[in-house]
Write a protein that binds this ligand. Structure first.
Ligand SMILES: *[C@@H]1O[C@H](CO)[C@@H](O)[C@H](O)[C@H]1NC(C)=O
Ligand SMILES: *[C@@H]1O[C@H](CO)[C@@H](O)[C@H](O)[C@H]1NC(C)=O
Ligand SMILES: *[C@@H]1O[C@H](CO)[C@@H](O)[C@H](O)[C@H]1NC(C)=O
Ligand SMILES: *[C@@H]1O[C@H](CO)[C@@H](O)[C@H](O)[C@H]1NC(C)=O
Ligand SMILES: *[C@@H]1O[C@H](CO)[C@@H](O)[C@H](O)[C@H]1NC(C)=O
Length: 437
């Protein structure tokens, strides 16, 4: 009798152990929904791994975490990302970038003609919508959503290769200021890439989620997104598990490019002082620009850097090019900050506007989130932390914050989140963005 009981007991224990061990050693389910950040200049894809509870930003074959948002057409192929950029110099008029600026928008007559003049490719007007004119072995027009679809397809393939499984579902982020039509056309781009969009979330909401702010007790979240060419500031309000965009403001002519430009101007003046002539050759300016860009990045980590650039300068009138002269300059972080004082200061105007329009005092902002590569600049971080009298959330790479948040939302939509509140957004139809520039 007791033997029987103990035998049943052993069986139950064995079954229990088998189940337990099975659970322990079963490979965690593969993510089925990807998170997409379709950016103006760079795009990224990420997934949420339910097993580890971590977000993986998916790298391409070369280990790069984002692809340039560029698509290039040849008579033989359509290339997206780095491959398109490699081709850009030889195929300028058929290499399209910045398509996000045009997606789903209706333009007033004349505006697209002006836009077209800014680009090496042709932007045409199709009844108010932008299209790009491509001339390979024949001439045809493509839409901004088609360009988007090629980037999304590339990222879908990157994810499928990494995960070893077909992917058909996605969550995608869009700028907070995108209206319903722009959101719809972004969804259409995904559709063309064979992806069903389960949810569209705004970029500042994604950034807040990347920091886990959908799970903690916060009310007002301010997101500062400073990229290469634009500044976007959003005030979010969390109510229950939902984020509501309370106010938006920005400056679409302020970003990293402008800070680099100031440093470039400074080095040009130094060259003039030292050699008596300004750098005018295209290649010289190109080299200086690259050196300045690299110096700017290094100055976020180091108090000073040395710029060293070989220049050909047209000092002599000879037809054969003279031997290069080496130009050296030491640039300190302090100098870089001084050259940009007024530009850095401009960041605060839209911050003040969103607080005013959102009827929130700066003391009532619970968390500040920084997004975009230019928020790595130490002086900018200091400016913002001094203004709010608190440290901003900066533990993530500011260029990966949006894709990280979108991937978390994708994990929630995929059902792999361990039953936590999902942050959803309340649509903000009436909201207008204030622009300083
Ligand atoms: C011309 O374009 C078509 C379609 O884009 C392509 O199939 C064909 O191979 C091209 N021809 C040449 C000669 O490149
Ligand atoms: C052009 O656009 C207007 C409104 O944007 C629309 O009513 C009209 O049907 C369009 N025409 C064509 C030919 O697509
Ligand atoms: C966006 O798409 C939805 C659903 O397909 C549709 O009901 C709505 O009219 C569209 N809105 C615009 C502005 O295109
Ligand atoms: C150099 O070239 C400029 C115009 O390109 C000319 O005006 C000038 O006289 C030349 N100087 C000499 C020394 O040849
Ligand atoms: C950033 O966000 C987290 C919430 O996940 C919060 O606990 C933390 O205090 C925030 N601030 C900083 C400076 O990291």
């Amino acid at each position: 009798m007791s033997g029987e009981i103990s035998m049943i007991g052993s069986v139950i224990l064995a079954l229990f152990l088998a189940g337990y061990l099975g659970q322990q050693y079963l490979p965690p389910p593969t993510p089925k929904v990807i998170g997409l950040d379709l950016g103006t200049t760079f795009s990224s894809v990420g997934v949420f791994h339910p097993g580890s509870g971590e977000v993986e930003v998916i790298a391409d074959e070369e280990g790069r975490m984002s692809i340039p948002s560029t698509v290039s057409f040849t008579s033989a192929a359509v290339l997206a990302g780095h491959e398109a950029v490699e081709l850009a110099d030889r195929n300028q008029q058929n290499t399209i970038y910045d398509a996000k600026r045009f997606i789903g928008k209706i333009f007033e007559p004349g505006v697209l003609e002006q836009e077209s003049a800014r680009y090496p490719f042709q932007v045409i007007n199709n009844n108010g919508s932008a299209e790009f004119l491509i001339s390979t072995n024949h001439t045809f027009a493509v839409s901004p959503e088609f360009i988007g679809s090629r980037l999304l397809l590339k990222m879908r393939k990157m994810a499928e290769r990494q995960l070893g499984t077909p992917i058909q579902k996605a969550v995608i982020s869009v700028p907070a200021e995108f209206d319903e039509r722009q959101r719809n056309y972004t969804v259409r781009a995904a559709d063309l890439a064979g992806l069903e969009v389960l949810r569209v979330i705004s970029e500042p909401t994604a950034a807040a989620m990347a920091y886990g702010l959908h799970k903690v007790d916060v009310f007002n979240v301010l997101v500062v997104d400073l990229g290469g060419g634009t500044l976007d500031v959003s005030l979010l309000n969390k109510q229950g598990g939902m984020f509501l965009t309370r106010a938006m403001a920005g400056n679409n002519k302020l970003g990293g490019q402008d800070f680099s430009q100031r440093l470039l101007q400074y080095t040009r003046e130094r060259v003039q002082q030292e050699f008596g002539v300004p750098p005018t050759l295209k290649e010289d300016i190109h080299r200086l620009r690259q050196a300045v860009e690299a110096a700017k990045l290094k100055l976020t980590l180091h108090p000073s850097v040395t710029i060293s650039v070989p220049l050909h300068l047209q000092i002599y009138n000879s037809s054969e090019s003279p031997a290069p002269i080496l130009f050296h300059a030491v640039v300190t972080r302090k100098l870089f900050e001084e050259l940009n004082t007024d530009l850095f200061q401009k960041i605060l105007a839209p911050v003040e506007t969103v607080l005013k329009e959102g009827h929130v005092e700066k003391e009532d902002v619970d968390e500040v989130v920084l997004v975009g590569g230019s928020t790595r600049i130490p002086r900018i971080r200091k400016l913002i932390s001094e203004y709010f009298q608190k440290e901003p959330n900066t533990s993530l790479d500011p260029e990966m914050a949006v894709v990280t948040g979108v991937a978390i939302q994708a994990g929630i939509m995929g059902g792999s989140w361990p039953l936590q509140v999902s942050a959803i957004e309340i649509p903000n139809r009436q909201l207008r963005k204030t622009n300083f520039s």
